[in-house]
Write a protein that binds this ligand. Structure first.
Ligand code: GH3
Ligand code: MG
Ligand code: MG
Length: 375
């Protein structure tokens, strides 16, 4: 970097020219279209003559120039208005250019401002030290006007390009975050019931199929529950559709409150909910169903200053699993029986469990509602 001929600012810029921004929220940018914002340069030199000369050269090229006759004033000026570039003399009384540079690089606000040292010292060790401290360039005095301008121009363009890239990276990160949250929302919409927030029919059935095949594979107990709000039409007719919606939400919460986290629960129709009780014996499923039925019956919900009550009917069906281990002492339970049981168990489908629970629910309805039946 000893003379001006080595510097080809346009070539340095070209490598950034063809960054094609692929999403429609960002635009392709070109170094040649970067806004011609006037660069703000801080010139630091304790020699008033040098200072005047540098100001004259840079101002003539249209740069906004601020002078600082000492290291301390340079720091003060840099922190009050961030410059786009700093031309920094090394040898100055009290605080030399190295110290100024170090302080600038230590501060988050000023660490990325390009610093070009201008010094009468031509020793390699000093130049190396300058670069080690984070300087971008080093110009030896006496300097040549064209060299100063070429180097200043190059580093200002590089900094601008770097800033644009950083902004672009930030924009893309924000865009990716937005995409992630949109995709999460879609996922929610695809799996949740829009009114109650519990699993929708499709998602419930998908998950129930998985749990059913696991229960069959490991011979684990499993029970299916179909719940339907009694005379819900009357609630809509008496209190209005919005009150009906609120009751649906409240019933969903009441059911969830009485289930374990591993149980599946979903809204599978208008005022119908289903639950799949995993690792649960039939007797325990009956207890859970009774708890739900009783909680709903005993709840009074206040909607628009009116006290609203409702009840639900529940139908239960059980997965028939191999009970061999429970029948060790039962001489009537032969190997053939067990084999028949296995075949029966494997042929049970979710559809069958659901229809059996539906039949049980139908019986509960015709037996006066607000009760539990099983098949
Ligand atoms: P049953 O005891 O036999 O189940 O009687 P029911 O009135 O509950 O049953 P029916 O099938 O006759 O009526 C169900 C009602 O549920 C009719 C329908 O308008 C209402 N419903 C379905 N989905 C919604 C909903 O999302 N919000 C509200 N407010 N009502 C709904
Ligand atoms: Mg109903
Ligand atoms: Mg119904």
């Amino acid at each position: 970097m000893d003379n001006q001929k080595d510097i080809k600012p346009q070539e340095n810029n070209n490598q950034f020219k063809d960054i094609i921004l692929k999403n429609n929220r960002t635009e392709r940018f070109d170094i040649n279209t970067i806004s011609p914002k006037i660069a703000n340069i801080l010139v630091v030199d304790d020699n008033p003559q040098n200072l005047r000369l540098l100001i004259a050269i840079l101002s003539m090229r249209g740069y906004k120039v601020r002078p600082a006759p000492s290291g301390a004033l340079a720091l003060q000026s840099a922190f009050s208005i961030l410059p786009d570039l700093i031309l920094l003399d090394i040898m100055m009384p009290e605080m030399d250019g190295y110290e100024v540079c170090q302080k600038l690089k230590e501060n988050e606000l000023t660490k990325d401002i390009p610093v070009i040292f201008i010094s009468a010292i031509d020793a390699t060790s000093d130049k190396v030290k300058a670069f080690e401290l984070g300087a971008v360039d080093y110009i030896t005095k006496p300097f040549h006007t064209e060299e100063i301008l070429a180097r200043v121009n190059t580093h200002i363009s590089l900094r601008r390009t770097q800033q644009l890239l950083e902004e672009e990276i930030e924009r893309r990160k924000a865009y990716e975050e937005e995409l992630k949250s949109i995709s999460l929302n879609y996922q929610k919409m695809a799996t949740q019931d829009f009114l109650t927030g519990v699993s929708n029919r499709r998602h419930f059935i998908e998950r129930a199929e998985e749990e059913l095949s696991r229960a069959k594979r490991y011979n684990h107990p499993l029970n299916f529950m179909m719940m339907d709000i009694d005379h819900f039409k009357n609630i809509n007719d008496t209190y209005g559709h919005q009150a009906g919606d609120q009751i649906l939400k409240n019933v969903a919460v009441t059911c969830l409150d009485n289930l374990r986290v591993h149980d599946l629960f979903g809204r599978i129709g208008g005022e119908e909910f289903s639950a799949l009780l995993v690792e649960t014996s039939f007797n325990d499923a009956l207890l859970v169903a009774e708890r739900i039925r009783k909680s709903v019956e005993e709840s009074t919900w206040h909607i628009d200053n009116k006290a609203v009550n409702c009840t639900i009917s529940i139908g239960i069906s059980e997965l028939n699993i191999n009970m061999e281990h429970l029948n060790d002492n039962d001489n009537n339970f032969s190997i053939e029986d067990n084999l028949a049981f296995e075949v029966n168990k494997d042929s049970q489908t979710l559809d069958e469990l659901m229809s059996k629970a539906d039949e049980a629910l139908y019986i509960a309805k015709s037996s006066g509602r607000n009760c539990i039946k099983y098949r």
